[in-house]
Design a protein around this ligand. Structure first.
Ligand SMILES: Cc1cc2nc3c(=O)[nH]c(=O)nc-3n(C[C@H](O)[C@H](O)[C@H](O)COP(=O)(O)OP(=O)(O)OC[C@H]3O[C@@H](n4cnc5c(N)ncnc54)[C@H](O)[C@@H]3O)c2cc1C
Ligand code: FES
Ligand code: FES
Length: 542
């Protein structure tokens, strides 16, 4: 990654001052899951100054009032999924966020970043437009509010000026007779970008006729918009399958009118019509919409995607995480610099570090601290080999700037074994032959450890969901799933202070050699990058 200057801010006012000073030379950094990939592109024009707003507490959280919901832009996708208010008043948004990337991506990626990146396939945008959301842009000179639908100029370009910060996303609560659905079409079951998506919302009157209809396709029109042609067909009519099919056809025709016929039209034309029909049908199925399925699932081309929330995700907390109190992040703030001084904790050990601004957490761990257990695979958030825990949540360390771990706690695979005793999960991986080349193992162990910390009784679906952001190219997933399942009771015992595997510090037979084998796996195997045969590999899980 080319060098840049970095500045961490802790308040909106501070962010606006810095943006006003640096103008088009500055770029706002939130979770970094889009931006760091962009920074790595050799052809990318890097900003001179990266303004890290991730420590601005007032930009995080969800506020519910009597008639409206305000989502602050730094709220992560995982936090959106856990919000009771959203589950009640915006289930289609919860479904959309549940389908985003992997758990690692959802733990870092923010709703504000998703909107401002303005990719045609951004999953939160169609549901938010269907909800009638407005956005607030703030600068040193004031605030302006606009409809989300009118924020976009074209893919990857918004109307926000370089000195403006997105500070709020607001929508009115829908009435109880509003039914909604979100459907996403992708190629695989996890880590898939929308080929097409549809957010739909219907309200019916006492006579059963439709009084309000909203249909917003994703990745279909050049710019997001409501499919008003089809919406008008629905208003005043009684919902029927035939009517919904006709509406689907209308949306498909509108797409072709605007985009023209292209290579993708052959499948998009019929598929969009079907997705719209299904989304509208699903609006009538209140139970399915308000009670999502057990785990985030999707089906491949031609099938619905009905992502839900696993028990693991539910247990992680029902409301959004408390906002970060301003001033709680331990790092230098206030001036742009190519070098950052941070205080952080890694595997329980405090570190005070001075690091180049463009260093990722992955680089820091492997190259600077010699913690080579964390592997470097794709560096674009897809393989999960670099997974570590950041304040207990799995994240891709290749997509976190090292400066962003200031004041936070990182756990790598080296931090799992305690007092020369393997974590029961590590032992279980060895016992169940869940390790072949070992490249994915540290990331798998970290994802599985996070699952067991939150959910001591995971079922197979939940285990598959938890490791769906980790690719394995050689073991096959079943042994890994078995290892996690079998380790669960032992991990519970360890948490309660009694380990059935280790008594009074004496290692059971075979354990000592297990430790040396595991530490070898954690630190040396295989050193560099994931072999190229992994590229494009599809996970066979969830
Ligand atoms: C492996 C992988 C899978 C993914 N899967 C999906 C998916 O399924 N669906 C999907 O929609 N996305 C997906 N994404 C994209 C990405 O994770 C999301 O778009 C995420 O929400 C971006 O949020 P962020 O906080 O990481 O943004 P960042 O990368 O920090 O920023 C993105 C852009 O928004 C701007 N920005 C951020 N916050 C503000 C603000 N408050 N004010 C002004 N500008 C701001 C930044 O300057 C930048 O231009 C995926 C990404 C990866 C790497
Ligand atoms: S996800 Fe980070 S290296 Fe692949
Ligand atoms: S053991 Fe999973 S990639 Fe080899």
């Amino acid at each position: 990654m080319k060098p840049f200057d970095y500045i961490a801010v802790e308040t909106i006012a501070e962010a606006c001052d810095v943006l006003a000073e640096h103008g088009a030379d500055a770029t706002v950094l939130a979770g970094g899951t889009d931006l760091l990939i962009e920074f790595r592109r050799t052809s990318a024009k890097l900003p001179k100054v990266v303004v890290d707003v991730s420590g601005v507490g007032e930009l995080s959280g969800i506020v519910e009032s009597n008639d409206a919901i305000v989502i602050k832009p730094l709220t992560t996708h995982s936090e959106l999924m856990r919000s009771e208010a959203l589950r009640k008043f915006a289930p289609l948004l919860v479904s959309a966020t549940a389908s985003i990337g992997s758990l690692q991506i959802r733990n870092r990626g923010t709703v504000g970043g998703n909107i401002m990146n303005a990719a045609a396939c951004a999953d939160t945008v169609p549901p938010l437009i269907a909800l009638g959301a407005t956005v607030t842009l703030q600068s040193k000179t004031g605030c302006r509010e606009m409809e989300l639908a009118s924020l976009f100029l074209k893919p990857y370009q918004t109307k926000a000026r370089p000195d403006e910060l997105l500070t709020a996303i607001r929508f009115s609560k829908r009435p109880p007779n509003a039914h909604s659905a979100f459907i996403k079409l992708g190629r695989r079951n996890a880590l898939f970008i929308a080929r097409l998506s549809v957010a739909a919302m219907l309200e019916t009157g006492e006579d059963g006729k439709i009084v309000d209809a909203r249909i917003v396709p994703g990745a279909a029109f050049p710019i997001w918009r409501r499919a008003t042609e089809a919406e008008q067909m629905l208003i005043g009519a009684k919902p029927t399958e035939k009517l919904f099919a006709a509406a689907g056809q209308k949306v498909s025709e509108a797409m072709i009118k605007e985009t023209g016929r292209r290579w993708s039209t052959e499948y998009k034309e019929p598929v969009l019509a079907v997705l719209v029909r299904r989304a509208l049908e699903r609006c009538g199925l209140v139970a399915q919409v308000s009670k999502p399925a057990v785990s985030p699932t999707s089906k491949s081309a031609g099938h619905d995607h009905t992502p839900g929330i696993s028990r693991f995700q539910r247990q992680a907390g029902l409301e959004t995480r408390a906002t970060i109190p301003a001033g709680s992040i331990k790092r230098e703030t206030g001036r742009a610099s190519s070098e950052c001084a941070i205080a952080t904790t890694i595997n329980g050990r405090s570190h005070t570090l001075s690091i180049p601004a463009n260093r990722t957490l992955l680089d820091l761990l492997r190259d600077d601290l010699g913690l080579a257990g964390t592997k470097c695979g794709c560096e674009i958030g897809e393989c999960g080999a670099c997974t570590v825990l950041l304040d207990g949540e799995p994240v891709n360390s290749c997509l976190v700037l090292a400066s962003q771990i200031a004041g936070r706690e990182v756990t790598t695979v080296e931090g799992l074994a305690q007092n020369a005793k393997l974590d029961p999960l590590q032992k279980s991986f060895l016992d169940h032959d869940a390790v072949h080349c070992g490249f994915c193992t540290p990331g798998m162990l970290i994802s599985a450890r996070a699952l067991l910390d939150q959910n001591p009784h995971p079922n197979e679906t939940e285990i598959r969901a938890a490791i769906s952001g980790n690719l394995c190219r050689c073991t096959g997933y079943q042994q890994i799933i078995d290892a996690v399942e079998k380790a669960a009771p032992h991990c519970r015992s360890v948490a309660s202070g009694v380990s059935p595997d280790v008594e009074d510090g004496i290692l059971p037979s075979g354990m000592a050699s297990d430790i040396s084998r595991a530490s070898e796996l954690a630190t040396t195997s295989p050193p560099g990058r994931m072999p190229s045969s992994t590229a494009g590999q599809r996970p066979a899980v969830t």
